[in-house]
Design a protein around this ligand. Structure first.
Ligand SMILES: NC(=O)c1ccc[n+]([C@@H]2O[C@H](COP(=O)([O-])OP(=O)(O)OC[C@H]3O[C@@H](n4cnc5c(N)ncnc54)[C@H](O)[C@@H]3O)[C@@H](O)[C@H]2O)c1
Length: 247
């Protein structure tokens, strides 16, 4: 049986990249999927792809860092379907630079999107999950959140913060049948890493025991597993998907 049959899922930052692939994979596993993104055309296109897979879809545009907007987006889905069973907090940005040159705005925006965005959607969705005594929350962290990375103090802090949120919320809601886990991808071949200079990409590759960057499908598989009924006794964990880069 499909692992998300009859479920309703909401994926943030699903207009492209990893989030889009997760949204489509959940639809393939039988879920209706709300696609949210700050980019309206990305959200529309991904929602159309979910609909083409035969599932109900929502294209919701808004900034995850806006508490009110997160609430509005979830309300729309809750009004239509009565529930959100699976939440994937995937939206994320980078504003890289060495601390000595980092602007206040670069710190604030990365923390607002990557960390507060996760809080905003958990805050909007958890009460319903607790009431229905079933839920799966997956927060997209990063290997950088556990290892650190020069030039990414803001990003690493936001992704480490998401792990703290994950572990704490997991303890709050475990007794209500809601699991909260994080996926920590290493370096995955997406727009985010394609933006890096070739020299940096080559240097990164040398740090990966598997000898190659990960694929979006590797992150999708880990996320689907944590969303599945079989992962019901797994909570507060960080699932690393990094080719052995951090063990
Ligand atoms: N690509 C990697 O190597 C890698 C590694 C580790 C973790 N991650 C994490 O995985 C997630 C997805 O990464 P990706 O590579 O697919 O990135 P991406 O840049 O391709 O996609 C991110 C999506 O989030 C959306 N978004 C950005 N800011 C937003 C906001 N304020 N509100 C709503 N949506 C917003 C973007 O429009 C985009 O569609 C991110 O959280 C990223 O930090 C990626």
């Amino acid at each position: 049986m499909a692992i998300a049959e009859g479920r309703v899922a909401l994926v943030t930052g699903a207009g492209q990249g990893i989030g889009r692939a997760i949204a489509l994979a959940l639809a393939g596993e039988g879920a209706d999927v709300a696609v949210t993104d700050v980019n309206p055309s990305g959200a529309e296109e991904a929602a159309a792809a979910v609909a083409a897979a035969g599932r109900k879809s929502w294209a919701l545009t808004g900034d995850v860092s806006d508490f009110g907007a997160a609430r509005e987006m979830t309300e729309k889905v809750l009004q239509d379907s009565g529930r959100i069973d699976i939440l994937v907090n995937n939206a994320g940005i980078t504003r890289d630079g060495l601390l000595m040159r980092m602007k206040e705005q670069d710190w604030d925006s990365v923390l607002a999107v990557n960390l507060k965005g996760g809080f905003n959607f958990c805050r909007a969705v958890v009460p319903g999950m607790v009431k229905r005594r079933w839920g799966r929350i997956i927060n997209m962290s990063s290997v950088v959140g556990v290892m650190g990375n020069a030039g990414q103090v803001n990003y690493a802090a936001s992704k480490a913060g998401l792990i703290g949120l994950t572990k704490s919320l997991a303890r709050e809601v475990a007794v209500r049948g809601v699991t909260v886990n994080a996926v920590a991808p290493g370096f995955i071949d997406t727009a985010m890493t394609q933006a890096l200079p070739e020299k940096v990409r080559m240097a990164l590759q040398q740090q990966i025991p598997a000898g190659k960057l990960g694929q979006v499908e590797d992150v999708v598989a880990a996320t689907l597993f944590l969303a599945s009924p079989g992962a019901g006794y797994i909570t507060g964990q960080v699932l690393h998907v990094n080719g052995g880069m951090y063990t």
